[in-house]
Ligand binder design. Structure first.
Ligand code: AKB
Length: 316
């Protein structure tokens, strides 16, 4: 494999910190530079790290040129719930930064770019069950609108400029190492921390709200598998549907109770309920399976067991 030099933008986030570790394993720590607008927390400080604001285009371009990167993973984004509170900023961060990164890819002949899309790119009139790869997309959140538009920009840069850009429509991502911030699916992470600390959790979604979800190890694997796939196998240049499991708050609470019998859940739906109601319940990811061999490893049971075990072992 040709030696790669990797830039991760937004590495301090929930996905970024775990993906950076996956990239260390694949390419070596010396070949991965993690960046964010905040100082690194935890394990990220063990690798190369730089403060970088992706919205400062001149500094971004200079940084890319100076380091001779061959691949860019651009993960910085405002998520669905936070985006509704500050829509203009969400649009500017999510959109302007993507276009800058794609322009940099053209200018500095970056070999591959990764950018995450989301199930938020779908909307209320999208088919809710087994949502197809190509279907109606009418997102209602600014985050979702930015993901849908971003997908079109990726496809456009691929066709017009030959940028080898690749993308996945992530479902809710669930990990225990770094907490998410500002998403609608975040309840499925918070619930584990509260179950262990307080034995109870108040959920901001209704008990029967089904959403597509994925354990972080699967998300990292999917991302790396897609980026490692030969270019001719990557047939979708907007973003691939990807799926692992779907569950409701009531179902994950039942699963947690198997390990913590005294755990209780209550429900106090807030504005995030309308966001969740506009998203698919389950996703058809057959294109990803067929084109580059996607296969998830974790379902609800395996994930719950693994997270609770690991959280109990971590120092408080
Ligand atoms: C969110 O809830 O905003 C994100 C997502 C589904 O993209 N986790």
């Amino acid at each position: 494999m040709k030696k790669q030099k990797i830039l991760v933008i937004g590495a301090g986030g929930q996905l970024g910190s775990e993906l950076t570790q996956g990239l260390w394993r694949l390419h070596g720590k010396e070949n991965v530079v993690a960046t964010d607008i905040k100082e690194p927390q935890g394990i990220l400080s063990q690798g190369q790290f730089e403060i970088l604001d992706v919205l400062k285009q001149k500094a971004l371009f200079e940084f890319i040129q100076k380091n001779n990167f061959t691949q860019i993973y651009h993960l910085a984004a405002v998520l669905s719930a936070t985006g509704e509170k500050n829509p203009k900023f969400a649009w500017s961060l999510n959109m302007d930064s993507l276009i800058s990164v794609l322009d940099a890819a053209v200018e500095y002949k970056i070999e591959k770019v990764y950018w995450p899309s989301s199930i938020a790119a779908f909307g209320p009139t999208t088919p809710k069950d087994h949502t197809p790869q190509d279907t109606v997309m009418d997102p209602t959140t600014i985050y979702g609108i930015s993901k849908q538009a971003g997908e079109r920009w990726c496809d456009w840069y691929f066709r017009k400029h030959g940028v080898d850009v690749r993308s996945l429509r992530y479902p809710g991502l669930i990990g225990y190492k770094t907490k998410p911030g500002g998403g609608t699916t975040d309840y499925a992470v918070d619930i584990f921390f509260k179950a262990l600390a307080d034995k109870k959790y108040e959920c901001f979604l209704k008990p029967d709200t089904y959403l597509p979800m994925m354990y972080m190890d699967d998300a990292v694997k999917a991302t790396i598998d897609l980026m490692q796939a030969p270019a001719e196998k990557v047939k979708v240049r907007s973003s691939y549907n990807i799926s692992a499991m779907s569950f409701s708050p009531a179902e994950i609470a039942e699963e947690i109770k198997k390990h913590i019998p005294e755990f209780t859940i209550t429900y106090q739906p807030d504005f995030r309920q309308a966001i969740a109601d506009s998203w698919p319940r389950s996703i058809d990811d057959s294109a990803a399976r067929k084109d580059w061999g996607w296969q998830p490893s974790f379902g609800l049971q395996e994930m719950t067991k693994e997270i609770l075990l690991n959280l109990q072992e971590l120092p408080a």
